[in-house]
Ligand binder design. Structure first.
Ligand code: PEP
Ligand code: MN
Length: 337
């Protein structure tokens, strides 16, 4: 249920409605837009059937939210969400590029990569310390040591960080070192993990599961928002289809679809979709043209030596070249980089 307040509604009127909803056992979330304040009401809404909410002072209209996701929906919050992390804005006109290796490996290698991606225009350094590998015999990540490298390198070069959290037992540890928590495709429906990051103060990048629909992605995001964390970034990273010439099929249409349905920022990961570095630039340009708010790209100075995902990692020089072309496409669609 959404309660839309009149433009001139007072603070007292807002608080009165919130108190009333809470006394009925419902949870409220207030969204203050430029013109109007909206109160999202969640819980067992049946109790409202006998309560004519329209008569409350300050209320303009009351609308049911038809979609199963409430807080992530555009109905609840018509204007785009912009997440400000230490001055880097995700979801604003300027595109945000996150780049770095798949896995954090050696300190010097990470430093070299960070310097290069930063000079090409990336503002957020990516790198996994806890890796979700298909095989238990593959490299599993450096753990806390890797997190330390990531933080130290990012601080040294002046970037923010993003890294994956796989297990809520490591939440406090990961929070200590990173600016953004990544929830990987394989954990998109790990609902207990989603609830935990919903209680975190850190922004969360939620990747779409490789076999999940956009609606399921939005329902997963709803878990995070409904636990109090509104700083969620959605990420399209390719889905499984019958096509086998790419690792996954990048669902470019997910970008405008999500933009219609939700106010949350959308980032595209062309690397995991492509599986091959040669396809990454074209997919990135398509994603920007489709209206995404940024990209997360794997870059490695020596891809043949990478501990994971070398085949899809761009050399820093190729990444710089790609960024120049992204700049042009961004301009053509009214965005900056
Ligand atoms: C990654 O970002 O390295 C990763 C494992 O991504 P995904 O969860 O999309 O497979
Ligand atoms: Mn990877």
């Amino acid at each position: 249920m959404i309660i839309v307040l009149r433009p001139g509604a007072t603070k007292e009127q807002l608080e009165h409605i919130i108190r009333k909803m809470e006394s009925l056992g419902l949870k409220t979330l207030v969204s203050r837009g430029v013109e109007r304040t909206i109160i999202g009401v969640i819980g067992e809404e049946d109790v409202l059937r006998v309560q004519p909410l329209e008569v409350y002072p300050g209320v303009e209209k009351v609308m049911p939210v038809l979609a199963p996701y409430k807080l992530v929906s555009r109905e609840f919050k018509p204007e785009d969400t912009v997440i400000d992390i230490k001055g880097v804005k995700i979801g604003a006109n300027k595109l945000v590029v996150m780049a770095g290796p798949c896995s954090i490996e050696k300190y010097d290698l990470l430093l070299e990569t960070a310097k290069k991606v930063k000079s090409a225009g990336a503002t957020i350094l990516r790198g996994g310390a806890f890796k979700p590998r298909t095989s238990p015999y593959s490299f599993q990540g450096l753990g806390e040591e890797g997190l330390k490298y990531l933080r130290d390198v990012a601080d040294k070069v002046g970037m923010l960080t993003i890294t994956e959290l796989m297990d809520s037992r490591e939440l406090v540890l990961v929070e200590r070192y990173t600016d953004i928590i990544q929830i990987g495709a394989r954990n998109m429906q790990n609902f207990n993990l989603l609830k935990e990051v919903g209680l975190s103060q850190k922004p969360v990048l939620l990747k779409r599961g490789m076999m999940s629909t956009v609606k399921e992605l939005l329902m997963s995001a709803e878990y995070i928002l409904s636990n109090g964390n509104f700083n969620v970034i959605l990420c399209e990273r390719g889905i499984r289809t019958f096509e086998d010439s790419t690792r996954f099929t990048l669902d470019v249409s997910a970008v405008p679809v999500i933009k219609q349905l939700s106010h949350l920022p959308v980032i595209v990961d062309p690397s995991h979709a492509a599986g091959k570095w040669g396809l990454v630039p074209a997919l990135s340009l398509a994603a920007v043209a489709a209206g995404c708010d940024g990209l997360i790209v794997e870059v490695h100075p020596r891809p043949e030596e990478a501990f994971s995902d070398g085949a899809q990692s761009l050399l820093p020089e190729k990444f710089s070249e790609m960024m120049e072309n992204i700049r042009k496409v961004a301009k053509a669609v009214g965005r900056d980089l």
